[in-house]
Design a protein around this ligand. Structure first.
Ligand code: GLU
Length: 283
């Protein structure tokens, strides 16, 4: 039995790109779940969550209830972080964004010291080398810190991995894709203000909800590498993936949540029908 999900963040109104993603998940066959990715309390708003339900219902989609909200799952995220920490796979990072930017700028002068990940330059690893005494001292002093994954240790622990791509990635990648566990470097898994990162929450929630097929846009293809590593470290089952093309605007750019012209609600107000939107998107 295939179990898919649509996992929007309530940080704006849904647009055509979201409609395509939701329709793709719902039409994969099997059970269709909805998850509200509302970890970032500063950007998420209840009216956008309400609008998600309205817009998906307007598209005549049926999702199973109750809907999972990530803001209800902080206990599970915390427990997983504690487990990874106990395995020695995490370390506290005290760097500010400005310090990291300065470090990266220095590394650009000596490019062999720097690697570029899917989200930009990877963290140069400054705090990886702090000793236990220094860490304890800074924590005791109340310095805010993030928890980073030691990617090399994680790679050694997880061993060789692959993920199953049933769709096609941005470069037509298909089938069993060999995982590059170092692709994102030492990624942040938790911050003071955001106690679980996107990658951590997604793998825990996909497993918790029994998702067997992750359908989502090509822009998240690279994320499958680190998400597969986290699944292995946390002893979670690995879903298959089917990444899909992104729906782009006339200028070839991704739709933005700030572009109100293409929100489902604006289109609806201007007289578009759900049938027409579905047909436009190929469903
Ligand atoms: N919440 C993510 C987004 O809105 C999707 C996460 C996922 O499908 O893995 O882009």
């Amino acid at each position: 039995m295939i179990v898919t999900r649509f996992a929007p963040s309530p940080t704006g109104f849904l647009h055509l790109g979201h409609a395509f993603a939701a329709l793709t998940a719902a039409h994969a066959g099997g059970r269709f779940l909805l998850r509200i990715e509302d970890i970032d309390g500063t950007r998420c708003r209840p009216e956008f969550e309400t609008a998600i339900y309205e817009d998906l219902a307007w598209l005549e989609l049926n999702w199973e209830k109750p809907v999972l909200r990530q803001s209800d799952r902080f206990g599970a995220y915390r427990a997983a972080l504690d487990g990874l920490r106990a395995q020695g796979l995490l370390y506290p990072c005290f760097c500010t964004r400005a310090e990291i930017a300065a470090e990266v700028a220095r590394a650009i002068e000596a490019p062999h010291n720097m690697s570029l990940g899917p989200e930009g330059p990877v963290y140069p690893g400054t705090c990886r080398y702090l000793g236990d005494a220094q860490r304890l001292e800074r924590m005791a002093g109340g310095a805010p810190y993030a928890l980073r994954l030691n990617a090399q240790k994680a790679a050694d622990r997880a061993g060789a991995l692959s993920f199953q791509e049933n769709g096609a990635g941005p470069q037509g990648e298909q089938g069993a894709i060999a995982v590059d566990p170092l692709l994102f470097g030492d990624i942040v898994l938790a911050r003071k203000e955001t106690p679980a990162s996107y990658h951590l929450a997604v793998v825990l929630d996909d497993a918790f909800q029994g998702v067997t097929l992750v359908t989502r846009g090509d822009d998240l293809f690279a994320a499958a590498h680190i998400q597969r590593v986290l699944q292995a470290l946390l002893g979670l089952p690995a879903p298959a993936y089917a990444h899909h093309k992104l729906i782009l605007d006339e200028t070839g750019k991704k739709f933005s949540k700030r572009d109100s012209a293409v929100t489902l609600r604006t289109l609806r107000e201007r007289g578009a029908t759900a049938d027409a939107i579905r047909a436009q998107l190929g469903f």
